[in-house]
Design a protein around this ligand. Structure first.
Ligand code: GTP
Ligand code: MG
Length: 215
């Protein structure tokens, strides 16, 4: 089974056009009540702290610095909302989970916010669950997948930082990750293997989001 089956040409072109638009930062939300109205398609990027969520959003939209990134885990602390100019698409950059060094009450607040958003947002069409391409899913990734399965929220696993491991290491992680999602009811069966550094996987991700928007 290939990890990156080519998207239909039509979707690839639609993805290219969709992400040739500028995207703007709308706001950062610290509570669910801060969210904009559920009036358009949303896709969210979730994952452990430092897995590369904000970097992936920048690579996806082709705008360095749109989402703030950092070497230090815990950079993104709010639900950061980005919208496409002239297209009914909203992208949500989420705080990371599994970051133990922050104050306990902060971690509890983020965890509550992440859970409430992921399981209760009616216009959330797809969650991209980012998993480090060097390690594969950790316990807290599986917990989030369990929650998404239970809430019947469609999600797809994206391996990040694929430029870092060797080909053999990456193949092993791909195999282990495919095994971890195989029987999950709300998981998209296919992985997307990406690198924000080399732009690997961006065409596929753009095509899939464009296809979501069209359906
Ligand atoms: P939090 O907001 O803290 O949860 O982190 P995040 O998941 O948004 O990660 P972020 O995008 O800030 O990236 C974390 C670190 O990983 C930064 O130092 C990035 O430069 C690095 N990084 C992200 N993506 C890649 C990648 O594809 N390849 C490599 N080599 N490094 C990456
Ligand atoms: Mg971030």
């Amino acid at each position: 089974m290939t990890d990156t089956a080519p998207a239909p040409e039509r979707d690839t072109e639609a993805g290219r056009l969709l992400f040739a638009r500028p995207f703007i930062f709308v706001k950062g939300c610290v509570t669910i009540a801060d969210l904009p109205p559920a009036d358009r398609t949303e896709v969210a990027f979730a994952g452990r702290s430092n897995v590369g969520k904000s970097s992936l959003i920048n690579a996806l939209v082709g705008m360095t610095g749109l989402a703030r990134t950092s070497n230090t885990p815990g950079r993104t602390q709010e639900l950061n909302i980005f919208e496409a100019a002239d297209a009914p698409l909203r992208i949500v950059d989420m705080p990371g989970y599994g970051f133990a060094q922050a104050p306990k009450d902060k971690v509890a607040q983020w965890t509550k916010l992440i859970h409430a958003y992921l399981t209760g947002r009616p216009n959330l069409r797809r969650v991209y669950v980012l998993v480090d391409g060097r390690h594969g899913p950790r316990a807290n990734d599986l917990t989030v997948m369990n929650e998404l399965d239970a809430a019947a929220v469609s999600y797809q696993v994206v391996l990040t930082k694929a430029d870092k491991p060797s080909k053999a290491e990456l193949d092993k992680v791909i195999g282990a990750t495919q095994a971890a999602i195989a029987k999950r009811p709300a998981a998209h069966p296919e992985l997307i293997v990406t690198s924000s550094q080399t732009r690997a996987g961006m065409e596929q991700l753009r095509a899939e989001i464009a296809a979501l928007l069209a359906s």
